[in-house]
Design a protein around this ligand. Structure first.
Ligand code: HEC
Length: 146
C-alpha cells in the first residue's frame, strides 16, 4: 500500500515535469522608458534589476530550481501576477496618473517590507535597510514628476 502511494507520487511528479514550462524571457527587455523617466541612479537600478524585475518586467532571470515542477508552477504564478499588477517593461503604456499611482505603491510596498515577496527574499537575500530607504526616496522623488 505504502509502496503504491509512493509510486503514485513519483509518477505524478514525473508527469508534472512536462507542464508549466512557460518562460518570461522576452528577447528585448525594454525597461528603458521606465528608466529614462524615473531616473533611478546606478545603485537603485541595480537593486531594481536584482530584486524587482524578475516579477515586474518581461524578463525573468530564473534560478535553476525554477525548472522543477511544482516549484515552476509556483514561480510562474508569481511572475504572472506580479506583471499583472506592475510591469516596468510596459511603462510607456501607462498614463501619467497610473505611473504616479504605481510609484506610490512602490514606495508603500517597499517601506512596509511587503516587496519583494518574502519567499523571494528567502531565496535571493533580503533588502537591507539602506537599500529600502534608497528605493523609497527615489520612488517619492520620481512620483513628484507626474
Ligand atoms: C517573486 C516575485 C516578485 C518580486 C521579486 C517582486 N514582486 Fe512586487 N508583486 C508581486 C506580486 C505577485 C504582486 C501582486 C500581489 C501582491 O501585492 O502581493 C506584486 C505587487 C507589487 C506592487 C503593487 C502594485 C499594485 O498597484 O497593485 C508593487 C508596487 C510591487 N509589487 C513592487 C515591487 C518592487 C518595488 C519590488 C522589488 C523591490 C518587487 N515588487 C519585487 C511579485 C513580486
Amino acid at each position: 500500500m505504502v509502496k503504491k502511494i509512493f509510486l503514485g507520487i513519483v509518477i505524478v511528479l514525473v508527469v508534472m515535469q512536462f507542464f508549466g514550462g512557460r518562460k518570461n524571457e522576452a528577447v528585448t527587455h525594454e525597461v528603458s522608458a521606465f528608466i529614462n523617466e524615473t531616473k533611478p541612479n546606478q545603485e537603485i537600478q541595480a537593486i531594481l534589476t536584482s530584486q524587482c524585475f524578475d516579477c515586474h518586467s518581461n524578463k525573468t532571470t530564473y534560478p535553476w530550481y525554477a525548472k522543477i515542477a511544482p516549484v515552476s508552477f509556483w514561480i510562474n504564478h508569481h511572475v504572472e501576477e506580479g506583471k499583472e499588477h506592475l510591469n516596468f517593461s510596459a511603462w510607456d503604456t501607462y498614463d501619467a496618473k497610473k505611473k504616479k499611482h504605481k510609484l506610490h505603491e512602490v514606495e508603500e510596498e517597499v517601506e512596509e517590507g511587503k516587496m519583494p515577496l518574502n519567499s523571494y527574499e528567502n531565496m535571493h537575500g533580503e533588502l537591507s535597510k539602506s537599500e529600502r530607504e534608497l528605493l523609497v526616496a527615489w520612488a517619492k522623488e520620481a512620483m513628484s514628476k507626474y
